[in-house]
Design a protein around this ligand. Sequence first.
Ligand SMILES: Cc1cc2nc3c(=O)[nH]c(=O)nc-3n(C[C@H](O)[C@H](O)[C@H](O)COP(=O)(O)OP(=O)(O)OC[C@H]3O[C@@H](n4cnc5c(N)ncnc54)[C@H](O)[C@@H]3O)c2cc1C
Length: 460
Amino acid sequence: MFDVAIIGAGVVGCAVARRFALLGAKVVLMESGADILSGASKANSAILHTGFDAPSNSVEWQLIQAGRAEYLAIHEKLNLPLIQTGALVCAWSEEEASKLEQIHAAGLHNGVTDLARLSAAQARTLQPGLSSRLCAALAVPGEAIIDPWSAPLAYVTQAIKLGATVMRNSEVLRGEFAGNTWSLQTGTQTVEARALINCAGLYGDEVDRRLGLPVAFQIKPRKGQFVVLDKAAARHVRSIILPVPTETTKGVVVCPTVFGNVLIGPTAEEQDARQRATVEQDTLAGLIRRGAEILPALQGMPVTAVYAGLRPATEQKAYRIFSRPAQRAITLGGIRSTGLSAALGLAQHAVTLYQQFESEPFSPPVDIPWFAMPNLAEGYERDWQRPNHGEMVCHCELVTKREIALSMTSPLPPGDFGGLRRRTRAGMGRCQGFYCNATLAAMTQGKLAVDLAVTAKGEQ
Ligand SMILES: Cc1cc2nc3c(=O)[nH]c(=O)nc-3n(C[C@H](O)[C@H](O)[C@H](O)COP(=O)(O)OP(=O)(O)OC[C@H]3O[C@@H](n4cnc5c(N)ncnc54)[C@H](O)[C@@H]3O)c2cc1C
């Protein structure tokens, strides 16, 4: 019998599992995919937001701030990267420039006090090369970029080291609450727990339905397509370059990544399907054009990869968080565009909600395990720079065979090839695995739920 069952191992579920494990709870994290991060969390912009533009006084704003504060407090202890790039909200017309004052005031109201209004010339000192069409900008020095995959992996690894159970390939099909215990059915197993937390992202409403809970929101997936530019582009991009947002989207961003690439995206496109996030040639060409309009030096830069992610948006802008004390259940739903930043805050919030229906405290562990995650960011020491690193497997991203082997024997080895790529960067570089896939397939044969040889293209 578990104290808490968490459904869904996206960034939110991983953070919630960690928080409850740190309290001393007996935790199970159930994930339908072959690996963690099988949903929205596998494809985002990797920005650690300050919350300057979050709806004022909203739960989302509070949880972004709490989540960011905790990430800043723990990232060094877990060897997780943080690159303090800052952001510039760029106004490309006088009409947009007139909105900066309001965005500035809202940011100050949100407690982000280091914002600064800049002329176009001042903005160019922070981000050289911005197009001559720039009218004005707002500097947001606190915005940063992180590794969107090693952070949740670190959260869940810490939970595992504290005794949590992670069940992958375990889709929750049904659930029944009998008095004070949940009985959750997967295709092959029954899991019992005294409380549950629905963190099912794009399936949050569907999971509430399966559990017989009131379905208080509807997921309306919103696709975001991205172009990843080659590392040659990185020398032109120092800052996160944001547009003036609209009612529905933060808009297309030009953004460095911790891995030394440049992202252009995401789009915001409503779609019905919750799984297939396709990319379209015309849209990608539009993103590339937009990037070069913002920063002319990006014109003609080679493209390394393209991808799309799905936001678990709903009919409302706000997070859809529900606590059902009578059923000892919490739903953390509709974590749309800021979940990477807010995840640790959402986990704290889940504990607060839980304590409203369970007053008996757990026994917290005496020793909290802290450990160094493999840090794959550019500028941090990588395995190939260490003595006796042995053979390289991926020459684009400089991944050693030793790193692959280490990943395969880690507390949570990859469950599929996408998971291996996210943990090591193998196959993520210029050749996109053309040269290393055969070696990787041989090294991982029989060890992944889905062998590399049969991994469908575009599902990584
Ligand atoms: C294009 C884009 C850009 C973004 N940029 C940023 C950004 O820069 N910064 C930021 O902070 N946030 C960003 N986000 C938002 C962030 O990625 C999401 O808020 C976050 O990933 C949501 O995480 P989640 O854990 O709620 O959902 P998910 O990641 O979808 O996790 C839910 C998990 O539940 C599993 N699941 C579903 N049903 C079941 C079931 N029945 N049984 C078991 N498991 C189940 C799924 O397989 C999945 O792994 C962006 C999102 C997108 C799409």
